[in-house]
Design a protein around this ligand. Sequence first.
Ligand SMILES: [Zn+2]
Length: 299
Amino acid sequence: MREYPCNLCGSDDLAEIACAPTYMAGRPLHVCRSCGMVQVAHRKTPEEIKASWADEMYRADEKTRLSDTTYTARIPAVHARQTFAADFIDEAVSFRGKSVCDLGAGEGDFLEMLKTPDHGADEVFAVEPSGANCRMLADRGIPHFDGIAEEYLAQATDRHGTFDIVTLIWTLENCPSAADVMDAAWHLCKPGGHVAVATGSRILVPFKKPLQYYIGPNADVHPYHFSAKTLAGYMAQAGFRMTDVNRYIDSDYLVMVGEKTDRTAPISWEGDNATAVLGFFDRWDKETQGFYMADGPSP
Ligand SMILES: [Zn+2]
């Protein structure tokens, strides 16, 4: 375990979100007082996370030969959100005839979708740290790299600046360092290429689901919680000019597209007000306790 500074702006000035430990098995969740980014500041190191994942994958593998016994992209809700992201990004930048690199590709369902005539991507490539998922990618004939984005960046120097579009589909919130992964996306993109990020983060969006469905005990593998403004901050810090964002206010999804710049001019971003974020969580906690917990746990 380590105490990390703000992953977005680097500040050490973090405030604890009072209600969070109730939902996170006693673990704290922090908001940066400088930029408003919500994150698990006290977490395992990337090496520790990798070791625990490999261990869990191994056990799941023995039993089922699948990557995970509970999560699969074939769940209708997962299929629905991947379809939404594919359609939104396609509308924004068009996949047709393009090369796409998906960071954290899972079982490859999103890339499969992009290869269909509906989207017409020319080349798809997967970067995926789970060995079990990589075997499934191989079965599906999807070229892939077995590892995390930073490792791919270090090894595949011939692919730097070669992809039209780099996608992060419900991945960025689960990375050891969201900033490092956005940096990898920038290096992998062609000049003038695009990055697309899709996430279920809902900071400062009126809450529709109980808080226990949003934050949970998986603090080490889900350290980042974005708002539209902090995600735009990640885009800007990495050298992407935000070009498109979905109407996230009444959607469960936040999908944002950015165009690669040459990093010669800093891109301004505003982030969130930490006091507003703390108040948001207080209200969400009260609503959750009032509507969902008074009569016991909801289904
Ligand atoms: Zn910050």
